[in-house]
Design a protein around this ligand. Structure first.
Ligand code: GDP
Ligand code: ZN
Length: 296
């Protein structure tokens, strides 16, 4: 008999599937080609030994794809609704990293938000955060140390399936702990026993937040390099560029060295932040170099 369920954890080829009634079963995929990821809605059936076999994966409403170590796209989660880019005063923010995530969110039809953690370390938030507010992003200020802003961030995660992403050391694990709390302690059942019988947390896990909403976390999600196929897609990934698109002299304007470019004019007039535009230039070069490599 086939049952439906949600993939709430994955470690290599093993996934934990949760049925609508809350029952959790360890499953493997019936075929090698079937690659379920956390967030997938799957069809499965119980095998004789009490484990399950996944026989089908439902349509994905969104996908999170990273560039793997060989430069190829790799799916890491499905059906997320929000990416939360975390920055901190220390390590110093790399805004291109933040913008890369926000672009990935935009192109993947996910909501995007920005968090400045470790707010206890500074008096004034970086002025650049205003660029995100002006572009229409929610910007939250938190401190896991002083327990500031955690409830507000929790409220922004309600009714969403989110992932916290950002540079190493900005406090994503600390935020996860503060947000998930006791539920984090009880997820031992979710981790899969490794070859040596050790429990490992290298997998991807979906946590339910006490106030509602879900957080998907794993080392592979926290600072993943988003996969963007074509540099031409990037312009749509910068929200504040969109109203200027189609207004350049050339229809196929890349908004780089072209004359009479509406995007660059908006930068000069201050309607688009220079740093956001600088991220666009850098990401354009980055994505173009990956595309060139894919063809060789
Ligand atoms: P991750 O690599 O993004 O997961 O970051 P961690 O959660 O491991 O945190 C990195 C370091 O920053 C740790 O030493 C934390 O104790 C510290 N940290 C996390 N949140 C805060 C905060 O709000 N304020 C301060 N001052 N330090 C923090
Ligand atoms: Zn242009």
């Amino acid at each position: 008999m086939h049952e439906h369920g949600l993939v709430v954890a994955r470690h290599r080829r093993h996934v934990t599937v949760e049925s609508p009634g809350g029952k959790r079963v360890l499953c493997v995929a019936a075929k090698r080609r079937l690659l379920p990821v956390v967030g997938d809605e799957v069809e499965w059936s119980l095998a004789g030994d009490g484990t399950g076999t996944i026989t089908g994966i439902g349509p994905r409403r969104s996908t999170l794809t990273r560039i793997d170590s060989r430069g190829r796209p790799e799916l890491i989660a499905a059906n997320l609704t929000q990416l939360v880019a975390v920055a901190a005063p220390s390590p110093a923010p790399d805004w291109i990293v933040i913008d890369h995530y926000l672009v990935a969110a935009e192109l993947g039809s996910l909501a995007g938000a920005v968090v400045l953690n470790k707010s206890d370390l500074i008096d004034e938030p970086p002025a650049h955060l205003d660029c995100y507010r002006r572009a229409g992003y929610a910007v939250h200020s938190t401190s896991t140390r002083a327990r500031g802003g955690i409830a507000e961030l929790g409220a922004a995660l309600e009714a969403q399936r989110s992932a916290l992403v950002g540079q190493s050391g900005v406090g994503k694990s600390s935020l996860l702990n503060a947000l998930v709390g006791d539920a984090l302690q009880s997820t031992g059942e979710l981790t899969v026993k490794g070859a040596q019988g050790r429990h490992t947390t290298t997998g991807t896990i979906l946590y339910r937040l006490p106030g509602g909403g879900e957080l998907v976390d794993s080392p592979g999600v926290r600072n993943f390099a988003p996969y963007i196929e074509d540099p031409k897609e990037l312009q749509r990934g910068f929200r504040e560029f969109v109203e200027y698109l189609g207004r350049c002299r050339f229809d196929d304007c890349r908004h780089l060295a072209e004359p009479q470019c509406a995007v660059k004019r908006a930068v000069e007039e201050g309607a688009i932040c220079r740093r956001r535009y600088a991220s666009y230039e850098r990401l354009y070069a980055l994505v173009a170099s990956f595309k060139a490599r894919a063809w060789t």
